[in-house]
Design a protein around this ligand. Sequence first.
Ligand code: F6R
Length: 609
Amino acid sequence: MCGIVGYIGPKQASTFLIEGLSKLEYRGYDSAGIAVHDGNKITIEKTIGRLANLEQKLEHHKLEGSLGIGHTRWATHGRPSDVNSHPHSDCTGNFVVVHNGIIENYMHLKEQLIAKGHVFTSETDTEVVAHLLEEYYDGDFEASVKRVLGDISGSYALVFMSKFEPNKIICTKQDNPLVIGLGEGENFIASDIPAIINRTRRTYILSDGEMAVVTKDSVWVTNRQGVPITKKVFEVNWDAEAAEKGGYEHFMIKEIYEQPKAIRETMTSRLAKDNSHIIFDELKWTKGELAAIKKVVIVACGTAYHAGIVGKYYIESLARIPVEVDVASEFRYRFPLVDENTLAIVISQSGETLDTLAALKEAKRLGATTLAITNVVGSSISREADQVVYTWAGPEIAVASTKAYTTQLISMAMLSIYMAGIRETISAERSQELISGLRNLPTQVHEILEDVEPIKTFAQQYGFNEDVFFIGRSLDYAVALEGALKLKEISYIHAEAYAAGELKHGTLALIIEGVPVIALATQHDVYEKTLSNIKEVKARDAVVIGIAQQGDDQIKKYVDHTIFIPQADKYLAPILAVIPLQLLSYYAAVTRGCDVDKPRNLAKSVTVE
Ligand code: F6R
C-alpha cells in the first residue's frame, strides 16, 4: 500500500512529485524517493523517514528535469531503509522503477538474475523488475517491459522510466490501483487520486492487465498483447478529503472494503500452488524445533487479542500444542509460566503497542522463542521479536481495526496449518481442504460486501438501543467478542459478548423485551446447542439477529432477522462472520452521528501502559 506518482510535461517534474507524494502522506509511510530524467540521465534521490527528509535532501541536491517518478514506501519485503526505498534501478542506472504490491516470484527471479551477474543493492522484491528490464532491453522499451511482465507474478502497480526514452513513461497494473491524470501538454500518474486532484480532474483509471505509454501529449493504452484499448475519461468530482478516502465517507468503511485485497496479499506466496502446504520462508521451522515447543502463549491487546483467541483454537485443534492467550497488560504481572520450551506469539497491527512490546520483552527474558504477527515492517515489535510474520494489510488509518483483524486471523490460520503439517497432526486431505478454503476467502468476503443494504437497515433500526448482546459458541464466541468491541468503540453503544452457554449463569437477567441479541451460529458442531441458547433469549422477547452460513434453513424459524455468510469451513467462518459485524458497527455509528474514524478517548497507536 505504498504511493506512486509520475510526471511528464514542460515543468520541473520534482515539484509535482513532491506535491503528489505529500497528498499521500495521510496514509503514513516509512520512506520516500523520486527519480528525474534530465534529458541525458536519470538521477535518484531517496531516503528513509518522512517526506520532509527527502525535501531536505533535495534542497542540497536539486533534481532538474521534466520527466520523473516518485514513491512513498510502506515496507513489505525488506525493512525501511535508504536502500530499500524506491525508486529502484538496475546495475547500470539506465532503468528505474517504482512499485506498489508484491512480486510473488521475486526470490526465484533474483536467484536467476544473480547467476547472470546482476548485482542487487536492496532486499526488496521490486528491484528484480529493474534488473529484468536491463536483461531484456533490446532497444524497444515497450516490448522489453512486456517481456518483464510476462515473467513476474503477483500484484502490482508499476511505473518505468528508461534513460534511453526521455519523452516517455510506461505504467501498468495488476490488483493495485493506478490512475493517469490528463493535463494540457502534461500528464500525471498516481496510485491514488488525491495525488493529482489539484492538477487535473480528468483521469483514466487503468484496469488490470492494461499498460499505458504516457508522453506529455498522449496516453496510449493497450492490453499485454498490444491490442489498443479506448479508455473513457473519468471526471473526479470528489473534494480532496473525500479523495483521500477513495470516495468512501470514512477510512473505516474504505478499510472494510479493502479486506479482500488485504487477505489476498497476506496469503500471497504463502499458499503452495497445489494447496498442499503452507510456505513460511520467514520461519522455516523444523520438526525438531517444533517438537521442543511444549506450550504457546499468545499475547496482544484489544482486537489483536481477539485474533489471539481464534489463534488458540486453531493451534490447539490443528497443531495440538497447548495455548494460553493473555491480554498484554496482564501478562507481565501474573508471573507467567514461560521458559525456553515456550513459543510466545505477540499480535499487533501497529507493532508499537507498549503493553504488547513489554510482554514480548518479558517472554524473551524468561527464555521463550518469540514470534510477532504485525502489520508494520520495522516497527518496535518486529525488531524485538526473534521472528516475524507480516500481515500485508497495508496502512490502517481508522482507529477501529478491521482489515488488520481479518489478516491476523488469516496469519494465525496459516501458521497453525503450517505447524500442524510439520508436527504431522493434520492429514494431507484436511490441510488441502483448509488451504483451498483460505483461497476462496477474498471472493467470499467480496460477496458479503456486495450486499450491505440489509445490514445497514438493521443498524438504522437498532442503532439507538443502548444495550446490545452478542452470543456464540466456540469460534463464534471469539467473533462475538470482536463484534461487541467494534460496536462499543465506534458507536458508544453498550455491548457485551457472551459464550452462548454462559448466559443462563447470570446475564440472562438482562435480556428483556426488545433488547437486540446478535447470535452467531456458524459452527456446525455446536449448532443445535446455539439454537437452544437462541430460544432462551427469544423466550424473553429479545430481538435476535442470527448470523449463519448460507444453506442453513433452520435458523430463520428462531430469529427475527438473518444475515447469511457464504459457506465455509468452520475454522474459516470467523473470517467471514466478522464482516457483517464490522458493517453493523459502522452503520450504527453513522446512524448515531459518531466520529467513526476517530472515536472519543481512543488513539490508533497506544504507546502508554
Ligand atoms: C480496536 C483496536 C484496538 C487495537 C489494540 C491493539 O478496533 O483497534 O483494540 O486492536 O489497541 O493495537 P495493535 O494491534 O496495534 O497492537
